[in-house]
Design a protein around this ligand. Structure first.
Ligand code: ADP
Ligand code: MG
Length: 404
């Protein structure tokens, strides 16, 4: 059942309480907190502007950092209110309280077409505990609840889920809809061939995704540290590469499942390997084809996919109609080991396929490569996107009201 959309709610002259994801990366210098990447704030603008245009009073709530249930000045949302005002080119009022008398007064005097941001919901323990009294106090601040915080939708907290039980209208925001459209709708019956690129540090993080997508994908392109747990399962030497020993059986199982389903499950045929994880240590062993006899050398650790693998993967990408990418294929934080990740990002940018990027580090990698605007869709949620891809129900979505 599709969820009620904010688009279908009459919001004019009503107080609309919107949960947004303002959990932005910051930097502290000389006691001043500055925002280093305002993507998440920008992504909420369509919903906020739509509401303002329809003469709603917009009350925003969000979490920021991990203040552990008490007010911590460096986790105040005040700097976010300032940045939002710049982006909206309109004043943004701020309530130093999340709930309570001051918050209620500010809400009361808020006019149609005006915006108010409440202080960090996580200044209250009751937020993460999803305490009904706190959820109720939040609900009192609005006539309509809208959840646009996709990045927090995998958490059943008071502001993301509990609050919906205490309002008469609970709808999805525009960003939430876009995330669900791509990560759920588009991937429910993807245009084929459907290629899934999976990397990152651990197989264990991605098992759910592999299993869920095994039903739909034509090809998996595996990279990152997880590749070497599969090597181990195949008896290929892994040197000092990261291997999750307790997941080797599972790797076996996945390989067998792929075979059974006729899914192409590709592992790197060559790798960049190094004795030390730092720049300038790349060895010359990087273009030799791996065989079962000759895997990663003793004393060496695989840190990126090799040149031949990049070529093989690029061919698969070029032939795809839908591509989902989660997890960098090497330690991309170190430029020497970013070649694989950047090359695949380029291949995606050049492809005509629908390209969907999910996962915090994969998104960072694509942005670093300067290719973000060449992708069809980039998710704002790391954990939430993984859970959705695993086929899980997100509590923050489930709590919203169904469409009539
Ligand atoms: P995402 O956030 O996109 O889901 P993950 O968090 O699963 O991705 O993994 C990202 C991390 O994986 C990066 O910090 C990267 O350095 C690491 N990584 C990638 N390849 C390797 C490798 N071969 N060895 C060790 N770590 C790796
Ligand atoms: Mg990550």
């Amino acid at each position: 059942m599709p969820k009620l959309s904010v688009k279908d709610v009459d919001v004019s002259n009503r107080k609309v309480l919107v949960r947004v994801d303002f959990n932005v990366p910051t930097e502290e210098k000389d006691g001043r907190v500055s925002i280093t990447d305002d993507t998440r704030i920008r992504e909420t603008l369509p919903t906020i502007q739509d509401l303002l245009g329809r003469k709603a009073s917009v009350i925003l709530m969000a979490h920021f950092g991990r203040p552990k249930g008490a007010p911590v000045p460096k986790y105040s949302l005040k700097p976010v209110a300032e940045r939002l005002a710049e982006l909206l080119e309109a004043p943004v009022q701020f309530s130093p309280e999340t709930i309570g008398e001051i918050a209620e007064q500010r809400v009361k005097s808020l006019q149609p077409g005006e915006v108010l941001l409440l202080e960090n919901v996580r200044f209250h323990n009751d937020e993460e505990a999803n305490a009904p009294a706190f959820a109720k106090a939040l609900a009192r601040l609005g006539d309509v609840y809208v959840n646009d915080a996709f990045g927090a939708a995998h958490r059943a907290h008071a502001s993301t889920a509990g609050v919906a039980d205490h309002v008469t209208v609970a709808a999805t925001g525009l960003l939430m809809e876009k995330e669900l459209k791509y990560l759920q709708g588009e991937l429910a019956s993807p245009a084929k061939p459907f290629v899934v690129i999976l990397g990152g540090s651990k197989v264990s993080d991605k098992i759910g995704v592999i299993k869920a997508l095994m039903e739909k994908a034509d090809t998996f392109l595996i990279g990152g540290a997880m590749a070497y747990t599969f090597y181990r399962a195949l008896g290929i030497p892994t040197g000092n590469s990261r291997v999750e020993k307790d997941k080797v059986d599972l790797a076996h199982e996945i390989l067998a499942l792929a075979k059974e389903k006729g899914v192409k499950f590709m592992l790197p045929v060559d790798n960049i390997e190094t004795q030390e994880i730092k720049a300038g240590t790349t060895t010359a062993r990087n273009t030799q084809r791996l065989t079962t006899e000759r895997g990663i050398a003793d004393g060496y650790e695989a840190v990126d996919i090799g040149r031949e693998t990049i070529e093989l993967y690029r061919k698969e990408i070029a032939g795809a109609q839908t591509i989902l990418w989660n997890g960098p294929v090497g330690i991309f934080e170190i430029p020497d080991f970013a070649t694989g990740t950047v090359s695949l990002a380029r291949a995606l940018a050049e492809s005509d396929a629908t390209t969907i990027i999910g996962g915090g580090d994969s998104v960072t990698a694509v942005k670093q490569a300067g290719l973000a605007d060449r992708m069809t869709f980039i998710s704002t949620g790391g954990g939430a996107s993984l859970e959705l891809l695993e086929g899980k129900v997100l509590p923050g979505v489930a709590a919203l009201h169904d469409q009539d």
